[in-house]
Write a protein that binds this ligand. Structure first.
Ligand SMILES: [Fe+2]
Ligand SMILES: [Fe+2]
Length: 277
């Protein structure tokens, strides 16, 4: 049996070693792009992705404080926290492709069912590949500071959104790319400035690459959410706002990066009313 895209997802999700997870991702995506993997298939997914023994996963409220700005220790903590987010993002990208594989054009049997065409899987393969690239870049930068992913504790809040939206394709898009990754767009420009002020242009450049790639991830989320809304004749703005209320704890945080959000297809009048004052 040839490997399907769902098998590839299973392979990545059940691999515990972070570096191996990232490298496998890049390899499988290469095979998808080359057409060596061309079936979507079906697979029973694990509830949680495999993770290494380290880092220790703590409740977000038990995470140690980051310390003084400008010190190596603080920078290592920042790079480590971002690497952890990227590692989760790798798993999230594979999870959406395999969990909702029943919508794939190859698996849908009737004309009046919601269907995801090949470009959806192309988009999410790109997301997975970018996240793997981001994880490897951040790991490399940690190494420059004699540190590694796993050295510090990390917080365990990230997979919760995946679990909460595991039954609902549209809710997954509404929360993961359109809330969480969009939040990344708001935060990274400040981090880039911080690094430049500290004279750390290597890290600034790395964060810029991540930021620019993430715009395309939010855009993919918005585009496919729009496709889903159109299919069911729903209004994208109110449908998204309702889903954020139901599936996302707490209000959205300001300030927003309206410019990058707009590039990603997210309009201010959708998210602004959901923000805390
Ligand atoms: Fe990323
Ligand atoms: Fe992303």
């Amino acid at each position: 049996m040839p490997m399907t895209l769902s098998d590839a997802a299973y392979d990545v999700l059940t691999t515990a070693s972070p570096i191996e997870k990232a490298n496998l991702t890049r390899e499988h995506v290469k095979n998808w792009r080359a057409g060596t993997i061309d079936l979507i298939g079906h697979v029973d997914l694990p509830d949680r992705p495999a993770r290494p023994d380290k880092p220790e996963l703590l409740h977000p409220s038990n995470m140690p404080k980051r310390g003084k700005a400008g010190s190596d220790k603080t920078k290592i903590a920042l790079l480590h926290a971002l690497a952890h987010i990227e590692l989760n993002a790798i798993d999230l990208a594979w999870d959406i492709m395999a969990r909702f594989a029943h919508y794939a054009w190859q698996n849908v049997t009737s004309d009046n069912e919601f269907t995801l065409p090949k470009p959806f899987f192309d988009d999410w393969c790109k997301v997975a590949d970018d996240e793997a690239k981001h994880f490897l870049m951040l790991s490399g930068r940690l190494k420059d500071f004699n540190a590694a992913y796993g050295d510090l504790p990390a917080h365990d809040g990230l997979w919760e959104s995946a679990e909460r939206t595991a039954e609902d394709f549209a809710a997954r898009l509404a929360i993961v790319p359109m809330v969480l990754e969009a939040r990344g767009l708001d935060v990274t420009p400040g981090l880039i400035d911080q690094m430049k002020k500290q004279g750390d242009h290597n890290t600034a450049e790395l964060f810029q690459i991540i930021h620019d790639d993430e715009i395309t991830h939010v855009k993919a989320g918005t585009d496919w959410y729009d496709a889903w809304c159109k299919f069911y004749g729903k209004d994208i703005e109110t449908t998204w706002q309702d889903m954020v209320q139901v599936y996302f704890n707490g209000k959205l945080k300001r300030p927003f990066n309206d410019h990058s959000r707009q590039k990603a297809g997210m309009l201010k009048h959708w998210y602004d009313p959901l923000a805390e004052l």
